[in-house]
Design a protein around this ligand. Structure first.
Ligand code: ZN
Length: 438
């Protein structure tokens, strides 16, 4: 769960005389201040996910869904309970089914769900939804719990003020970044991100453990990013990067950078606001060679967002589509005005420029649509039929492989979206010919 301030909740659990660190929605303190956002990551059978927790000393409560902070009535904290919420099964489908069931006259909630996932999600392995404690969207959250007896930890008294982040990197002329376990896991941890990378790119990033950066512009951007760490907080993180900062040959600081946090040399964790993605430390700026791959993965994100809009178009369309494909009414928009129809259907979900954003390949930029719809693809078409392909700029483009372009991306290639949501990166005429268009 997350708010602007934190993505874990920390409370004093009076009954069990323990300090509880939790990432779960179904909490015993079900009183929300502002509805926080729950983030769940898909964990497939046989896979695991390792996270670590860094706790600043003295320990302090960090409320998210609790309005009341129970005072710690013990001389120190000697017991910590970790709780992680999870659901078994296909959570996104469970959310959709629950929303549909209660959707009579409640389109706004569905649209908001789509919009907030478009804005935050970077992979199909993530799902975000609003926590409404008294009226949960889905029920049945389970909780993994671990109790640890620890050495007595001091806690922050009410007049104690947490330190602000400070790391003077003014003199820094070089940084060395070590990725753990590798640059591939750090930047593109999800399978759907890696599928649009070539085998050679995956192997290169998988073997890349460290980089040295001396470029002044890149260093300046890094210092600027890191300076935006806002608030000391307990942080939980997945893959990480260790950043050694040097002035000449002298190491002046070592920072540990995670998805939305930074940990100083003194093991003080600081947090970047989750809701303002531009505040995150963007380590891709330290590696110019990554930029084409970042943009390609972003372009694939656009196609996945458009896929969701296509599949749910029928629920939000403004006027019934008169187009008939193969004798059955299509639940996709008409191909000769698909951009207009999708825009009209989702216009209520967010402000105009956010709704237009997924139409544009991030390499091309501006506000031009860069994808073409295959008119032969309907809602019921086979899974491997092309639905959208990357094209030159143009609104409401529709047609076959003749519209596909290799030129938007560098190295050359373009993305296609199949009718089951799969996104592929196509690099050669041969690969293009192997796709199914009819
Ligand atoms: Zn593109």
């Amino acid at each position: 769960m997350s708010t602007d301030e934190s993505d874990v909740e920390v409370c004093w659990y009076q009954e069990r005389q323990a300090f509880v660190i939790r990432k779960r929605v179904d909490t015993p303190w079900s009183v929300a201040r502002n509805a926080p956002l729950a983030r769940y990551v898909c964990l497939r059978a046989g896979t695991d996910l390792t996270e670590s927790v860094v706790v600043p000393i003295p320990v302090r409560p960090q409320p998210v869904v609790s309005t009341e902070v129970t005072p710690i009535n013990a001389p120190s904290v000697t017991r910590i309970i970790l709780q992680i919420g999870y659901y078994e099964g296909d959570l996104p489908s469970m959310i959709w089914a629950a929303m549909e069931a209660r959707n009579s006259g409640n389109e706004g909630q569905l649209l908001y769900f789509i919009e907030s996932n478009e804005r935050r999600r970077t992979t199909n392995d993530e799902v975000f939804f609003d926590v409404i404690p008294k009226e949960p969207i889905v029920r049945g959250e389970r909780v993994l719990e671990l109790t640890a007896e620890v050495q007595p930890l001091p806690y922050g008294t009410p007049d104690w003020r947490p330190p602000r982040f400070s790391s003077d990197l003014t003199a820094c002329t070089r940084i060395e970044v070590s990725y753990q376990p590798s640059a591939l896991d750090f930047f593109f941890p999800h399978a759907d991100q890696q599928t649009v990378l070539t085998t050679a790119e995956r192997e290169y990033l998988g073997a890349l453990r460290s980089v040295t950066v001396k470029d002044r512009t890149a260093l300046h951007a890094f210092k600027d990013d890191i300076g935006k760490a806002t608030r000391q907080a307990i942080v939980v993180g997945e893959s990480k990067a260790c950043v050694d900062c040097y002035a000449g040959d002298i190491r002046i600081s070592t920072l540990e950078v995670r998805r939305n946090s930074v940990i100083t040399e003194r093991k003080e964790p600081f947090y970047f606001s989750e809701s303002r993605t531009e505040r995150r430390p963007d380590l891709t700026r330290l590696m110019p060679q990554l930029q084409p791959l970042v943009l390609r993965v972003h372009c694939a994100d656009n196609l996945r967002h458009l896929y969701t809009r296509f599949r749910w178009y029928d629920a939000f369309r403004i006027a019934p589509s008169p187009v008939v494909h193969g004798g059955t009414n299509s639940r996709y928009p008409a191909s000769d005005r698909w951009c207009d129809d999708i825009l009209d259907a989702y216009r209520r979900a967010a402000i105009e420029h956010l709704i237009r954003e997924p139409f544009t390949c991030p390499v091309v930029g501006g506000d031009k649509a860069c994808y073409a719809m295959n008119p032969d693809c309907t809602f019921e078409s086979p899974a491997d039929l092309v639905l959208l392909c990357e094209s030159r700029a143009g609104w409401n483009q529709h047609g076959g492989p003749e519209l596909f372009t290799f030129d938007n991306h560098d190295p050359k290639g373009g993305l296609v979206l199949l009718n089951d949501g799969t996104v592929k990166f196509i690099r050669t005429e041969e690969e293009l010919k192997q796709l199914r268009w009819k």
